[in-house]
Ligand binder design. Structure first.
Ligand code: HEC
Ligand code: HEC
Ligand code: HEC
Ligand code: HEC
Ligand code: HEC
Ligand code: HEC
Ligand code: HEC
Ligand code: HEC
Ligand code: HEC
Ligand code: HEC
Ligand code: HEC
Length: 492
């Protein structure tokens, strides 16, 4: 075998003798010079960043790069390692890329954490062969022809990343051998998003796979350290979307994160760590990140606030908002800065959302209904306060009031239900809850606690009377005894 190789080599060498001489002026890397005559890998290596840094084939393959004798150059004795396979590949790269001193020798200040990150990442798990990691450095960067990651020719340049990840992630057969639960539609969906469409048009700035997931340290999405774990998502999106300079060329605001952190959702997620609250992707989608269309906002909100969405859909606003192309929930609640809802939103005062569209002269029916709805709520609130005050008073007087107290739970429930029932924008249905389940019960509790207090006074006055009578009796007895004593004393 070696003989055949040697003959081929000699022919090639004779053939390219003069051009070889010319190359020598540029480089004394014998591995390259000889292999250049062979074509293939060496052609790729010409534009390789390692070649430009003066790194020889031997930098990764070992051997003696100063020797023009193939057998000598590629002998075990001179440290030739051959073609690396499996995890050995990444170890070869790490031989420089994980060593600061080594990289500095070449004048490089790049980070030296790639292998470390990769080992701890989801791709650092063993592949199905059980012999090596799922990915090696070369899976994403190739082995020869490596260029700066900022060069459009790099497989990890933003425009090329989706295809690089898609090699595996769009391959259903391959992915099934690992984890059939992981979808294989990310690239396809990504291409339908605003990010993906701009990426396909050649704009490297919008998010691609690595901007959201990271590159070397990619984690499973359920891992709390993942960049796309629910609690970390707002931060991940905001690296671009809150950076006014980065987003300067685009005609969209950069206040989404700031507003979101002030919102009821942002506080629930970021401060209370409640992952049932929506992060950016709950409303925008993961790979199809697009603002929800006007008509689908309520569907997005409705995935969590199902009752509100159902009621809205059968309300008079459904058609009216559709016709005016108004987003359903957002019109009253906004999108990023959603505040806790209060009754101040309801009615015809200046702060009420209803008065934006309904006035005494415009959309008047809605105006009067809004006014009435607010009145019902106000009456219930007043009645509730009164009932709670009376119950408290009766309790302090030691009266048995548990039934009225229990009723107040129903009143509280009715109040909660009413906040949702608002979305029917229907006076009758709203009245049924506020008055039927709330006000009437609250009024009954008022009556009961008033009766208990009256009872208390009755009993209390009854006691005073009996004390009065007993004291009177005691006094008469005392006088009587005193009289007897006096009589006895006068007899002495
Ligand atoms: C004088 C010519 C010559 C020199 C010098 C030379 N090689 Fe080779 N090399 C060859 C030939 C010929 C082959 C076999 C044909 C092929 O695979 O392309 C080969 C094969 C290889 C292979 C593939 C081996 C395999 O198992 O598939 C590697 C890797 C390699 N050389 C690296 C090097 C390195 C590193 C050096 C310098 C230390 C070097 N070569 C120096 C001529 C040379
Ligand atoms: C940055 C590290 C690195 C450098 C520098 C490098 N190689 Fe490689 N080479 C590899 C790795 C890693 C593999 C195995 C990769 C694979 O299987 O995809 C490989 C595989 C090969 C192979 C066999 C498989 C193939 O692709 O044909 C040959 C031949 C080869 N290299 C020759 C060379 C030659 C010649 C040079 C210099 C001109 C060189 N390499 C420079 C890392 C390097
Ligand atoms: C899953 C794909 C993937 C794998 C595997 C991978 N890289 Fe990267 N690498 C990237 C991407 C994407 C970038 C682009 C910059 C970024 O987003 O960090 C990058 C950037 C780099 C850079 C530029 C500096 C930096 O850290 O950003 C170096 C150097 C690098 N990779 C080396 C390696 C080495 C060494 C390995 C193996 C230990 C490796 N890469 C494995 C995807 C990968
Ligand atoms: C002999 C040391 C050495 C080895 C081995 C090595 N590299 Fe490098 N690599 C370097 C140096 C030096 C640079 C240039 C760094 C710079 O420009 O700051 C570099 C640059 C890179 C870059 C471009 C980073 C950028 O600036 O965007 C990538 C990607 C890369 N190497 C990947 C690899 C991979 C993959 C392997 C293994 C197959 C490997 N390297 C093996 C030394 C090495
Ligand atoms: C705008 C940010 C963003 C971009 C761009 C993005 N992803 Fe994702 N990715 C996410 C989020 C968010 C999740 C899901 C988190 C969750 O389910 O809680 C996810 C989930 C995943 C998952 C695992 C979940 C599954 O079963 O589908 C894979 C695999 C994945 N992404 C790969 C990719 C690939 C490949 C690309 C590039 C084509 C990409 N992602 C682009 C944000 C992004
Ligand atoms: C060599 C094939 C391959 C390439 C290339 C690759 N991946 Fe993966 N990736 C996998 C496999 C296999 C898994 C599943 C690991 C497991 O859970 O068993 C995975 C898992 C993931 C997960 C975690 C999914 C989960 O369980 O939540 C994410 C996210 C991911 N990859 C993103 C990416 C991104 C982004 C890129 C490109 C920068 C990429 N991958 C490139 C094969 C690959
Ligand atoms: C790497 C930077 C980057 C990251 C990270 C990023 N985006 Fe973007 N995003 C952009 C750019 C650039 C645009 C294009 C702006 C435009 O629409 O003209 C964009 C567009 C959008 C749009 C469409 C806006 C519109 O109306 O046109 C939405 C929605 C969006 N991103 C949501 C997200 C979400 C959610 C995340 C996090 C899961 C995220 N983005 C992460 C850069 C990023
Ligand atoms: C509760 C749902 C929800 C959450 C959470 C959410 N958004 Fe939005 N987002 C929307 C809606 C609805 C729109 C507006 C659609 C319209 O009016 O056309 C929107 C619009 C956008 C736009 C387009 C430009 C703009 O401001 O109108 C971007 C970019 C965006 N969101 C990014 C984000 C980011 C980043 C986060 C997380 C910090 C986030 N969104 C959280 C619902 C949400
Ligand atoms: C016309 C204005 C308007 C529209 C449109 C609207 N809401 Fe409301 N929303 C209100 C008012 C008023 C309240 C009640 C405030 C109170 O009494 O506390 C409220 C309360 C809420 C509450 C808190 C009460 C509860 O049910 O937990 C949620 C959640 C809510 N709305 C979600 C939505 C969703 C989802 C949509 C879209 C399907 C939507 N809203 C559409 C005006 C509106
Ligand atoms: C992923 C689930 C989810 C999505 C999607 C979602 N929300 Fe919420 N929302 C929540 C959670 C959880 C809370 C906090 C509930 C609490 O305070 O107990 C909340 C609270 C609210 C509140 C305050 C309720 C109150 O009691 O004052 C309003 C209003 C609201 N959301 C409206 C919306 C609107 C409008 C949308 C769509 C643009 C939306 N939500 C999308 C889960 C969601
Ligand atoms: C964005 C504008 C807008 C807001 C805000 C709004 N409405 Fe309306 N509403 C309409 C339109 C348009 C109609 C369709 C009938 C009309 O034009 O009067 C309507 C119809 C109604 C109707 C049915 C009237 C009928 O003719 O049967 C009621 C009831 C109503 N709204 C109540 C409310 C209440 C209560 C609020 C506040 C919580 C509110 N609306 C907020 C625009 C709005």
């Amino acid at each position: 075998m070696k003989k055949i190789i040697f003959i081929i080599f000699t022919l090639v060498l004779l053939n390219g003798y003069f051009s070889l001489k010319a190359q020598t002026l540029k480089s004394d890397d014998q591995c390259y010079l000889c292999h250049e005559q062979l074509g293939g890998v060496a052609d790729l290596f010409k534009k390789d960043i390692h070649f430009q840094k003066g790194i020889s084939c031997a930098g990764c393959h070992g051997g003696n790069s100063k020797s023009d004798d193939m057998l000598e150059a590629m002998s075990k004795a001179s440290g030739y390692l051959g073609v690396p396979k499996g995890d050995d590949i990444s170890l070869r790269c790490a031989n420089c890329h994980a060593k600061k001193e080594m990289m500095q020798k070449y004048g490089s200040h790049l980070p030296t954490n790639q292998l470390e990150l990769l080992k701890a990442s989801v791709h650092g798990k063993l592949s199905t062969t059980g012999k090596e990691k799922i990915v090696q450095c070369t899976t994403c960067h190739n082995a020869h022809g490596i260029v700066s990651v900022k060069s459009p020719a790099s497989p990890v340049y933003p425009l090329n990343v989706p295809n690089t990840c898609g090699k595996c992630h769009s391959n259903a057969k391959f992915m099934q051998t690992y984890n059939p639960k992981i979808a294989v539609d990310q690239v396809a969906k990504y291409r339908t998003s605003v990010h993906g469409m701009l990426n396909a048009k050649g704009d490297p700035k919008p998010a691609e796979c690595a901007s959201c997931h990271g590159s070397h340290g990619i984690r499973a999405v359920a891992d709390t350290k993942s960049q796309v774990y629910a609690l970390n998502i707002p931060e991940t999106c905001s690296t671009c979307h809150s950076d006014a300079q980065y987003m300067a060329g685009y005609k969209i605001p950069t206040d989404q994160f700031a507003k979101y952190t002030r919102s009821v959702h942002g506080k629930q997620l970021l401060e209370k760590h409640d992952i049932s609250a929506p992060a950016c992707n709950s409303c925008h989608g993961n790979h199809g990140a697009t603002p929800p269309e006007v008509a689908s906002v309520s569907k997005v909100c409705g995935t969590c606030h199902a009752l509100n969405a159902d009621l809205f859909s059968s309300s008079p606003h459904k058609q009216a908002f559709d016709k005016a192309k108004l987003p359903e929930c957002e019109t009253c609640h906004s999108n990023h800065e959603i505040m806790p809802a209060t009754k101040a939103m309801l009615g015809v005062s200046k702060e009420a959302v209803c008065s934006k569209c309904h006035t005494e002269t415009k959309s008047t029916k809605g105006y009067f209904v809004a006014q009435k709805m607010r009145n019902y709520v106000d009456s219930l609130d007043v009645s509730e306060v009164l009932a709670l005050k009376l119950i408290n008073e009766a309790e302090q007087k030691g009266m048995e009031i548990s039934e009225a107290k229990f009723k107040m739970r129903d009143v509280h429930q009715a109040k909660l239900e009413a906040r949702t029932m608002v979305h029917s924008f229907n006076e009758e249905k709203f009245k049924e809850v506020v008055v039927g389940k709330g006000l009437s019960v609250s009024k009954a509790a008022v009556t009961e606690s008033q009766a208990a207090i009256a009872d208390y006074f009755f009993r209390r006055y009854g006691l005073v009377l009996s004390i009065l009578i007993t004291s009177l009796l005691a006094l008469t007895l005392y006088m009587y005894i005193k009289k007897i004593e006096e009589k006895q004393a006068s007899k002495l």
